[in-house]
Design a protein around this ligand. Structure first.
Ligand code: FMN
Length: 179
């Protein structure tokens, strides 16, 4: 049995973990893909617990997310092989099966159709309530130049000219994988 948690008891841990990266996993049809994320917001909106993920327009993840409207977030708790976060943050699911290459163990979710990942046991199951393309021209120029460099196209896994889409995921289940 997985151990249910109150997600807000772990909000500090989740934000700290994002400094090194956590995983956002998507599934469309039978295809499961995961990518490292370093940005995210956890809180309450519309009276519901929400995780907002920020995914650049050109990511493969974006396509899968739009197809399924669901995602899991997996956060390290204890040791995690840093190679996992490096690989999943630089390789695209368009070119490589990251789950197989990194030997990640998928664990079926309870509420949604996207699995979690055993190696990063703190798991949030999320359903997308809405998405919003960020209004980058409203940002201070210094941030625009730093995070959205002109001429670096969206195939670059690092900073590029693609805007982020904010995906507002309702956290419908939160637990520690114990099995
Ligand atoms: C530490 C770290 C944090 C990252 N955070 C994000 C993020 O918050 N949003 C994003 O769109 N890409 C982020 N990336 C880049 C993606 O993980 C990377 O482009 C990945 O290859 C995309 O995979 P996909 O094409 O299979 O979706 C991050 C990469 C690293 C290494």
């Amino acid at each position: 049995m997985n151990q249910q948690v109150n997600v807000f008891d772990y909000a500090g841990h989740i934000c700290e973990s994002m400094k090194k990266g956590i995983l956002l996993t998507t599934k469309s049809g039978e295809k499961v893909n995961t990518m490292t994320i370093g940005w995210g917001t956890i809180g309450i909106e519309w009276g519901r617990p929400i995780f907002v993920a920020y995914v650049r327009v050109g990511r493969h993840t974006r396509q899968l997310l739009d197809d399924s409207g669901e995602f899991t977030v997996n956060i390290p708790y204890g040791d995690v092989d840093s190679k996992i976060l490096g690989f999943c943050g630089t390789k695209s699911g368009r070119d490589v099966d990251k789950i197989t290459e990194m030997g990640l163990d998928l664990v079926e979710s309870s509420v949604i159709n996207v699995p979690g990942i055993r190696q990063l046991p703190l798991t949030l199951e999320c359903k997308v309530l809405c998405q919003q393309l960020q209004n980058i021209p409203m940002l201070p120029e210094q941030i625009q130049n730093r995070y959205y460099p002109a001429g670096v196209d969206g195939s670059d896994p690092g900073k590029n000219e693609d805007y982020h889409i904010a995906y507002y995921g309702e956290i419908v289940n939160a637990y520690m994988i114990t099995e």
